[in-house]
Design a protein around this ligand. Structure first.
Ligand code: PAF
Length: 286
């Protein structure tokens, strides 16, 4: 496994892999790898000839009062995990390598990125789209893997790739969960043991929504109220949003008669956790 820290070196290695006709898969990450990332890497390893994992805590997707500085950085453990999974290349630039000058050119996803997480984290998707397109230019992957846990990010990236004609296929991978249903996330590390127990209420709320829809409930507001109650039962929670949205533009629906995503973001102590599930009201009748 090669660890490359510069764009020049990475381009050379990738150019060589391309000349040997290998399909290149990219798993973009900010490090602090957990089982969710590892399932993306495993999919990439089985489906592509050459696996690249990027590890870069991208400062442009964090707001001024967010957790960029304290975001967990665990490079040694991350590279050991990648090595174990036979990753071919880790691209691990520093901030200066990725942003050597004041960045003046941005990719902004407009109405896909201004609600849900985009409303609570202004500039977040501008930073994500810009860094992901830089990674696509540097690594030129045939396939890139993104987790369904970040459903809005996945939708934004899919549209960016289509709108800007990136020659890359986006493959979504299912959310990996702890035994109590909590979605794996690098930010789970911020939780105290007590908050960690409370955190299972997110998935409980999502499964409650699925049960209500399966039972025939079509009114999003009724479902959202029930979810609020379930989450606010836990003392350290503060709801950022709960929304029932369509699966493409992720805009709120007024009635549930087609497949939807139930998406939520909840502050739990020092962590802001997001999760979602997709529900098809027509295929889940008991
Ligand atoms: O999902 C993430 O970890 C990040 O948003 C990404 C896609 C690696 C861009 O920095």
């Amino acid at each position: 496994m090669i660890i490359a820290k510069t764009i020049t070196e990475t381009r050379k290695i990738i150019a060589h892999a391309h000349t040997t006709g290998k399909s290149i898969g990219l798993v973009p990450t900010m490090g602090a790898l957990h089982d969710g990332h590892l399932s993306l890497i495993r999919a990439c390893r089985t489906q592509c000839d050459y696996t690249v994992v990027s590890i870069f805590v991208n400062p442009t997707q964090f707001g001024p009062n967010e957790d960029c500085d304290r975001y967990p950085r665990t490079f040694d453990a991350d590279s050991a995990a990648c090595e174990k999974l036979n990753v071919d290349l880790i691209f691990a630039p520093d901030t200066n390598e990725m942003y050597p000058q004041q960045n003046l050119t941005w990719i902004i996803p407009e109405k896909l990125g201004d609600h849900l997480c985009g409303a609570s984290r202004p500039g977040f998707f501008r930073g994500v789209c810009t860094v992901v397109s830089k990674l696509f230019h540097i690594i030129q992957p045939d396939v890139a893997y993104f987790g369904r846990k970040d459903a809005q990010q996945l939708a934004v990236i899919r549209h960016m790739v289509a709108d800007l004609n990136f020659p890359v296929e986006i493959r979504p991978i299912d959310t990996v969960r702890e035994p109590d249903g909590l979605a794996m996330s690098s930010r789970n590390a911020y939780l105290t043991p007590e908050q960690r127990i409370q955190a299972s209420c997110l998935y409980q709320a999502l499964t409650l929504a699925r049960d209500l829809i399966t039972a025939g409930q079509k009114n999003p507001d009724t479902i959202i109220q029930a979810l609020k109650k379930r989450i606010e039962n836990q003392p350290d929670t503060k709801i950022d949003y709960i929304s029932i949205v369509d699966n493409d533009l992720m805009h709120p629906v007024s009635t549930i008669d087609a497949p939807v995503t139930i998406a939520l973001a909840v502050h739990l102590g020092p962590a802001r956790l997001i999760d979602n599930i997709m529900v098809d009201p027509n295929s889940q009748k008991p």
